[in-house]
Structure formats: structure tokens, C-alpha cells
Write a protein that binds this ligand. Sequence first.
Ligand code: NAD
Ligand code: MG
Length: 395
Amino acid sequence: MAENAGRRISILGSTGSIGVNTLDVVEQLGGRDAFDVVAVTGNANVALLAEQAKACGASLAVTADEACYGALKEALSGTGIEVAAGREALIEAASRDADWVMAAIVGTAGLGPTLAAAKRGADIALANKECLVSAGELFVKAVAEGGGRLIPVDSEHSAIFQSLEDDQHHAVERIVLTASGGPFRTWTREQMAGVTAEIARAHPNWSMGLKISIGSASMFNKALEMVEAKHLFNLTPEQIEVIVHPQSVIHSMVGYTDGSVLAQLGCPDMRTAIGYALTYPDRPKLNVERLDFAKLARLDFEAPDEQRFPALRLARTALERGGVQGAVMNAAEEIAFHAFCAARIGFLQMADVVERVMDEMVGYGAALTMDDVYAADAEARRRADDIVSRTELAA
Ligand code: NAD
Ligand code: MG
């Protein structure tokens, strides 16, 4: 019975791409017989959230959108599943006593709930890179103080985590983040200038949510991942390399002082990283496609082009400047992403907006407390909004 089942888990952002894959992994590993699902959360997609809550036997279902409360309540009436709505309810859900919490809300909206789960001491399976880019060391510290483990789910960071030898962190020379290059890998800036969100979201290898798909096309996703890697693995900016690898088979690598490079490979399927985070340090048995090396035949690599993809240069700037610049880059990128999706600015202007906000806020100093992070985030959003409005007027 679900009530008496083993591990208590919660899935924040269960209705998204990572959330759906997480529930698939949970099902593959025994479903209600093996896991006791404490909470699932979503936003406006109430029908899917209700269906998921019933299928996995969740105790609580939360929609972030208060306007959706009635619909969710109705969809789950008579099931005994508790229903709640709104930001505070999300944080309350994240604070319930799950042993393992999948943090798969997209964007900075994931920060509050993920921090709440971390402070309570849950193991955090971290898909939401934005909260680490934004809160950095403070987030890592919150997890450590809570006593839970921080297990990366982002495929690159999972690969690095898997390729890091215990007790050999002192011998790590560099990490190499692989990037598919996205749909515009071979495009000129002139070609990219006129693309719409519909075109930009079509990723060649991975099937993902909207924000990360656009971020893969602009390489802002890789930019966020560079900062994510710094905080997860305590690296200097010089230790973080990016290489374009169009097949997305090598998910990332760790280079050691003896010249060895360890890598993790697999088909591009997030369920491998999710499963690893769920059963770590054991490896689960998963029904995912296996790599066929003969069919693959070759692996290609290219140096990233920071002229065509300035996001990578901006990430390096954020890493070098430190302090709240991660929060600033993250917040400005979120605003620029929404403005691009609403056709208010062009594809290339996303990086322009982010760069201007980062430069304007260069004097904003250290992130000593979460209040510093929230203040920098709010100020960066305000400035990015302002720049977007002026860009729009000038167009
Ligand atoms: P998605 O857009 O498919 O899903 C996002 C989830 O967050 C949904 O459940 C949605 O309902 C919820 N949500 C949206 N806005 C919200 C809000 N304001 N408040 C609360 N909940 C809200 O996104 P995704 O692709 O699954 O990505 C989730 C996170 O995982 C992102 O941070 C992304 O960068 C990261 N990630 C995703 C992938 C992938 O393959 N999709 C890979 C690596 C990392
Ligand atoms: Mg990734």
C-alpha cells in the first residue's frame, strides 16, 4: 500500500518535462509499491497534475496558480488527496517530510520551494539550475546545513558528479561541459537575427521544456550551467571549459592532474540522470535506449564560438565578477527570455539585455545573505524590463 511504501518523495514541477520523466522513472522502479509520494506540484496544467496525483497516489497536489485552485479541487474531489494553491502552498509542500525532493520547477520560481526542502534536510535532486546560479554558495550552504545531499540532475552536472572520483577532488584540473550547440550551431548571426521562439525551441537531440530549449539555442542554458558547475563542484572560472559536441552522447567530462579524462556517456535521455539521482549511490535498472557505438560511428567536437553566442562570454564575466552577478545574469536572462517569447525583442537582443544589466549592476557586491540575492534579482528584473521596453519602442 502507498501509505506504507518505502521512500517518501516529492516532485516539485511534476507537470513539466523533467517532472513527467521523474514520474516515469518512479513507475519503472516500482511506483506505489516502492515510493510514498508526499507532494506533486504544477502550475496551470491542472488536468495533468490531477491525473499524476491520482496515478502515483500523492498525498498532496499543489498548483502555483491560485486561479486554478477550484479546478484542481474539483478534479481531485473524492480522492482524499489534499489540494492547495499559491506560492506559500508550494513552500509548505516542499517543507513536508519527504526524504528526496525533485526540484524541477522552471526559473527562479523554484528557488523558494527548493530552499525550503533543503533547509528541512531533504536530499535535493536538482534540475532547477536557476536557483544555484542565483543563490550560489548560499544555496549550497543551505543544503549542507539542512543535512541532505545535493545531487545534480542536469545531464552535464550528473555526468561530472558520476566522473568525480571520491577523495580525488584535489586532483581535478578542469571540467569540460559538453554543449550540443543547439539548432543554430552552424548559423550566422544574420540568420539568427530574425528567428521566432517557435523556430528556436526545436532542439536537435533533447526534448525539453520551453525555457531550456530556447536557452540551448542561445547557449544561455550553457551559460547558466557554467555558473551552476562552479557552485556545485567548487571550481575556479579557469577550471570550467565548454566544448561543442553535436551528438550529445558525452554528457560532460572531468580532467585530472595525471592527464586522464573521465566521462559519462549515454543516449540523450534525462531519465538516466533522474534515476541516478533517485537511487544514488546505487544505479537503477532503467528501460532507456542503450548506446549503439557501431551505429554512432563518430563523435564530433568544436570549439564554442563566443562571437556568435555571447552568452558564454557573459557567463565567464559573471564567474569572474562573482558576488550577485550570477543572480543578475539569471534574472535578466529570465526577463529577456519572456520578452523574446512574446516577440517583444529579437533572438540576439536577449544577450544585449543581459549584458547591459550585468554591466549596470557591476557595483552590486557580494551575496552575503538571501536578502542580497533577492534584492539583486528584483533590481535586475526591473532594469531588464526597462531595457526591453526601450528596445521595443526603438524597433
Ligand atoms: P517545464 O517548463 O517543462 O516544466 C516546468 C515545471 O514548473 C512545470 O511543472 C510547471 O507547471 C512548473 N512551473 C512553471 N512556472 C511555475 C511557477 N511560476 N511556479 C511554480 N511552478 C511553476 O521545464 P523543464 O524543462 O522540465 O525544466 C525544469 C527545470 O529543470 C529547469 O530549471 C531546467 O533548466 C531544468 N532542466 C531541464 C532539463 C530537461 O531536459 N527538460 C534538463 C536539465 C535541466
Ligand atoms: Mg544540461
